[in-house]
Design a protein around this ligand. Sequence first.
Ligand code: NAD
Ligand code: TDX
Length: 339
Amino acid sequence: MNILVTGGAGFIGSNFVYYMLREHPDYRIVCIDKLTYAGNLETLEEALKNPNFAFVKADIADREAVYALFEKEGFDVVVNFAAESHVDRSIETPELFLSTNVMGTQVLLDASRKYGVKRYHQVSTDEVYGDLPLDRKDLFFTETTPIHTSSPYSASKAAADLLVLAYHRTYKLPVTISRCSNNYGPYHFPEKLIPLVISRALADEPLPIYGKGENVRDWLFVEDHCSAIDLIIHKGRVGEVYNIGGHNEKTNLEVVKEILKQLGKPESLITYVTDRPGHDMRYAIDPTKIVTELGWKPAHDFESGIKYTVQWYLDNRKWWENIVNGEYKNYYEKMYSGR
Ligand code: NAD
Ligand code: TDX
């Protein structure tokens, strides 16, 4: 099997590359990535030593480059992780999110049609469902929850999902979509809450918490997301959407306090800052469909996953220090100073 993984130099895509090389040593995995600020070839250093892995630097929205690659490789499966993924950045520069997340997806769909790909899988997000109220713990997102987006990021991901479903209905392209809750784990870019808190707490720097820190996210260890996608591309039904989540709902404050406890750092580092505009209150996934239909089961709960993750950041300082000491410094200044 020859699989194209887009966005494989980012957080979840790189974890998926390693997962697939380990679980399916006979597969060929080709990664295409534009290497934006979020893409890092160092992350793929080990994979690059594997003869079954190849890396191509290109933009998924570059039709010529994408078609040439599909023609050469004859992919069986495409798994599209490539995206602009940070909500705060989407509030600053929405147009970039449209060109990669929507137009880029369309190019991949066209290429998949033209070159007869057997399965196109779109990696989507629970954010397409909008949010749930904090005082209704009985409510969860199912696959039939209406699309109701809040940010330019989630709107672009929802637009891509609709295109994917349209290509199935109109052109009979064999597609699947997964909508996962918040991931955490190794190689998570330090602009996102968990790695941001770990890296800043280690430097005894203030931790910016939006609003009151009461927003709830449903955290999933990244490898459990990878195992779910592996199942869907092999056993999932064409034309279907699968929600992925492990019932690990936490408020942001609970997450931050747990990390501080593990690092032995004081809660006085917590600093409340102006809220994110349009900030979603609560995400919570109902994973019944993937559990009952495909037999998926997460291997990690939040307690074990966060311990592993904190240890990974302690053991891999070079990886994230290179990032936080580089161009990211300017980003942090721009987004957080005077907030
Ligand atoms: P990330 O920002 O860490 O990585 C994105 C990768 O895509 C980077 O390597 C970047 O260089 C690459 N990329 C960006 N634009 C590109 C383009 N035009 N052409 C080719 N490559 C491009 O993101 P992530 O957190 O790993 O998310 C991966 C996917 O999973 C995204 O589609 C995201 O919407 C989805 N998702 C993420 C989460 C989460 O919690 N992080 C949860 C659910 C779904
Ligand atoms: O500095 C911060 N302070 C803070 O309080 C940051 C960066 C975040 N937050 C809050 C906002 C959210 O309530 O923490 C929560 C998590 O924020 P992010 O890590 O930015 O993730 P989120 O906005 O929930 O989106 C993530 O999950 C769904 C990913 O970035 C998306 O790509 C994915 O689709």
